[in-house]
Design a protein around this ligand. Sequence first.
Ligand code: CA
Length: 444
Amino acid sequence: MRRTPSFLLATALAAVLSGGAAAQVASVDSYAGPTGAISQEKSRPAAPDWSGESGASGHPLMTSDAIRTAAADFPACLERLWPAAAKRGVTRNVFQHYTAGLTPDLRIMDLVDNQPEFTKSFWDYLDILVTPERIAKGREMLDKHRATFDAVERAYGVDRYVIAAIWGVETNYGTLAGERPVLRSTATLACIGRRQAYFRDEFLSTLEILQHGDVRPEKLVGSWAGAFGPTQFMPTAFKRFAVDFDKDGRRDVVDSMADLIASTANNLKKAGWTTGQTWGYEVVVPANFNFTLADHRHTMTIREWERHGIVRAGNNAFPRADDRAFLLIPAGVQGPGFLMLHNFRAIMKYNPAEAYALAIGHLSDRLRGGGAFVQSWPRYEKVLSRAERLELQELLSRHGYDVGEPDGRLGARTRAAIRDFQAKIGRVPDGFASAGILNQLRSR
Ligand code: CA
């Protein structure tokens, strides 16, 4: 639902304990947090004020002086957006009502540039997001709203278990959806800081939602980035995907279960969901495998993967040999592999982070009655800190491998560089950024 801008990924926070007892901070490499980027202040008694410090990005619009200057200009900035709002059918009355006296939420400036030092592993995310409680609660929700899920499945052809899993992963079924007023957050980001162009559209779209009266103003609250409701729609995504499934004239993805479930299904359908197909399979990758094939740009049919020695975990057969898939090996040769079908890409459009998309896929399987993954994760592997990830990238770069500009994120390019390095030193080239690889690079 959100085409989450990449900076959100770097700062996404996963609230993990239901009841808001604690929120664990998750920095993200190739991972994003639940789009909601459930904010860390959720775990605190009172939201703290802005630190008054310059942002870590070093962007000229993120210095404390630039933030103060933009904050002083905030009312004038909003007024400059009025003509664009008018063009979208927002009346002067509505614009006035919601922007008069509005103040910026400067605490968001700390969150925009937040780069947590420690990160989580793939298995940490799965442990946090796919718990017995979340499975039980999801089954309860599926039961409770069975008639709605039936109708939505008929109308959109999108698997009910995936919709329920998105709901569970994003906000723990609506219990952790964030409490910041969306209009204030998007107005702040539209006028202050380094992502103003992106957030202008979100702000204007929020005004449109208020103009149409789709969601009650007091319910239009969410993450600091403006994602709202149990499945965390960004305002622009709401505009594209929300539907009025209960036909009351409002697209209410917060309070109407029918609208919420159908809108989430519509989002996945528009993202290319293939009816009747699953998201992917856990697979066993042989040690002598050609790991350069494990790349999201490289798809083959299941039959072709089988020819390369890939088998489905748990001695299960693949149901359909002609489906095309790519191979993801998130934790290297010591961990499980996954053949990802087209629907995994549809989930990735919803939440563009492999770990979260995998959590959504896995939770959907568990809600359907499936079991835990068969293979274990290399839990003994130390997760690299941000400083270590940067060092790893700099060392790779110094040794002539192309990692792009070192950014501390271990994406596809860094993985490819690690594979090349591993191949050169006679290791299994699985692309996994282990502490061992970092040591190997240091000693050269
Ligand atoms: Ca409705």
